[in-house]
Design a protein around this ligand. Sequence first.
Ligand code: NAI
Length: 339
Amino acid sequence: MFATRQITSLAQRSFSTSASSNAAKVAVLGAAGGIGQPLSLLLKQSSLISHLSLYDIVNTPGVAADLSHINTDSKVTGHIPKDDGLKEALTGCDVVVIPAGVPRKPGMTRDDLFNTNASIVRDLAVACAEHCPKAHVLVIANPVNSTVPIVAEVFQKAGVFDPKKLFGVTTLDVVRASRFVSEVKKVSTEDAKITVIGGHSGVTIVPLLSQSGHSFTEEEVKALTKRIQFGGDEVVQAKNGTGSATLSMAFAGARFTNSLLEATVAGKKGVVEPTFVKSDIFAAQGVEYFATNVELGAQGVEKIHAVGKVNAYEQTLIDAAIPELKSNIAKGKAFINKA
Ligand code: NAI
């Protein structure tokens, strides 16, 4: 018995050593923030990351020193703008996660963050295009519907845009949807897998409850849809001016990053996550980016899943999302292409 256990533990150790030898360098930009710190903590636990590179305008040396004492195999480094810190943080990166930017206060929409966050994301994208043009870029900073097009335009201008490698992180919407439905239907979250499509703000968040395998009353559908669309507001109000979702977002961001690493580094097949990507699904209606379930593969986006069958109510939600998405996307593009 003892011998078996010892062999298993040796095998696990050598697996983790070999996993980290071809594991990824992952940068978190905005790593000292409310999302950045718990996200970095969760990523420190991944054996698919060999180097966790933490960048922020402040405080990352402390965050990195703290995380670097955790006895998992990845190296952790902290960078601030001084001494070409951003270049150092990004050089050689396989994946860049961007939670940098200001969060909402009560009464604000995600679009209200545009003026501040658009330039933060633009400047970080310019640096990514220069120092790690082949990296997968995962955008958390809001408004995601506009910040993703901003990154795309920057990469396009630099001649390095690969639409398969740019992702708006909408995972929190399906995480919330799963939890809220599990509460209503009194089932495990494992049995509450909810597809959410569209974008990541208010009416652009479109849950497809009819595809969940559960049945709902009309009242339940309306209440759940509203809660999934505006769940972020519950956190913003409860935090009362001190920020928006950080811990649940870190969980969701780590889930998406880990799924991408499983597909790109570990070669796992059939990894599917929802994400806001360049997509043909509603291109005919002028929507260039759209969130649906996406199969991830070695090069990033492998296959964009179709929306599937929707009912009349869900169609009205899609119809409401489309003009808002178009305007959010156009705003992001115009920000880079102005002047
Ligand atoms: P926070 O204010 O706690 O942290 C943001 C961090 O970004 C700070 O540490 C700040 O120093 C840093 N930062 C600012 N400018 C920077 C720059 N130029 N380079 C590098 N770092 C910079 O905010 P929190 O709560 O972490 O939220 C971050 C963003 O994530 C917000 O835009 C928020 O709206 C968004 N968010 C997105 C969600 C999603 O589902 N995609 C969910 C929740 C929040």
